[in-house]
Design a protein around this ligand. Structure first.
Ligand SMILES: Nc1ncnc2c1ncn2[C@@H]1O[C@H](COP(=O)(O)OP(=O)(O)OP(=O)(O)O)[C@@H](O)[C@H]1O
Ligand SMILES: [Mg+2]
Length: 304
């Protein structure tokens, strides 16, 4: 089921048109990337989803509710990290989180929980202004996680971080999906940045969603050939059999796997072959090798 459904969304700020007919959906328990250059409408979209900005027209459903009309119902079930969160500097991390938890109707034990998940426990007694940028961003994530939301909206969570802090934040976000089973929509203007953490993408350009979907499906749609990595006991034997099929375009043998490139329209034939010869070659695992986000974005934009 889709947690987010957006149809034909329009929003202008005076003469500036920020969204011009944006449509997309995000399925439950997915890490979805909202990707597009500066000024393409990412923040506008997220603000409309959380119900703090009114759209001009179009349909928006979050958990099946219209966030502008049923904002309370929606906000109870989601957490958001805004683009440039501003926290008071002089208070202790613990005090701030306790205050924010109380606003949502939660107690001190919720503060401990979110601090643990975000690695903030040893900074609970520090003042907010003493935190590094990376830890400030963890604080932003911690406040978003208060109340164990079903959906997280993260607006450029890695902006202004050094490469190491960036990686730590991305790893943390990935862990939320694995350990908390939460749906995540995370925006970035650096297209390849979310490569390792997302399985779904929404590509935005100049207020229009140029395409969206599972990366595997987008790869099949935009590329005539796709690759699978087959972890197998007899890679050489499997490779020499595979290359004899006309739907196989290439094989690459590694120590305990084979990468097989097939015509995108004939993936099911590879699947049938692997299934029927599973025991012969000792097939352990088959994983899709998807196209890179930057390449997918370019193809999606070119197709509009
Ligand atoms: N409050 C506002 N008043 C006027 N124009 C605005 C306002 N907020 C956004 N815009 C304009 O709307 C367009 C979309 O902005 P938005 O902030 O949604 O883009 P974005 O994709 O989040 O960009 P960035 O990557 O820079 O954060 C831009 O042209 C921007 O200048
Ligand atoms: Mg923005």
């Amino acid at each position: 089921m889709a947690v987010i459904e957006v149809r034909d969304l329009y929003k202008s700020y005076g003469k500036t048109v920020a969204l011009r007919g944006a449509s997309f959906s995000v399925p439950s328990k997915t890490v979805a990337a909202l990707l597009g250059p500066n000024g393409s409408g990412k923040t506008t979209t997220l603000k409309i989803l959380v119900g703090v900005l009114k759209r001009d027209r179009g349909d928006v459903k979050v958990f099946g509710f219209d966030p502008w009309i049923n904002g309370v119902e929606v906000r109870e079930r989601l957490g958001i990290l805004h683009e440039k969160p501003i926290f008071p500097g002089d208070v202790k991390v613990k005090v701030l989180l306790k205050y924010l938890a109380k606003l949502k109707g939660y107690s001190g034990s919720e503060v401990e929980r979110v601090a643990r998940i975000t690695g903030l426990v040893k900074y609970l007694d520090s003042r907010v202004k003493s935190l590094s940028r990376g830890y400030l961003q963890r604080l932003g994530l911690a406040q978003a996680l208060i109340g164990d939301p079903e959906l997280l909206l993260l607006d450029e969570p890695t902006a202004n971080l050094d490469p190491l802090a960036r990686r730590e934040i991305l790893r943390l976000i990935k862990s939320f999906q694995k350990e908390l089973g939460v749906t995540i929509l995370v925006s970035s203007h650096i297209i390849p940045e979310l490569e390792e953490i997302c399985e779904y993408a929404v590509f935005i350009k100049e207020g229009i969603i140029v395409d969206y979907g599972r990366l595997e499906d987008l790869s099949k749609k935009y590329f005539t050939e796709v690759s699978y990595r087959v972890v197998v006991e007899k890679p050489r034997e499997l490779a020499s059999k595979a290359i004899s099929f006309d739907f196989v375009k290439g094989v690459e043998v590694e120590e305990n796997s084979v990468e097989i490139k097939v015509k995108a329209g004939r993936v099911s034939e590879l699947a049938d072959f692997l299934e029927s010869s599973k025991d012969t070659y000792g097939v352990r695992k088959v994983e899709f090798v998807r196209a890179e986000l930057g390449d997918l974005y370019e193809r999606a934009v070119a197709g509009t």
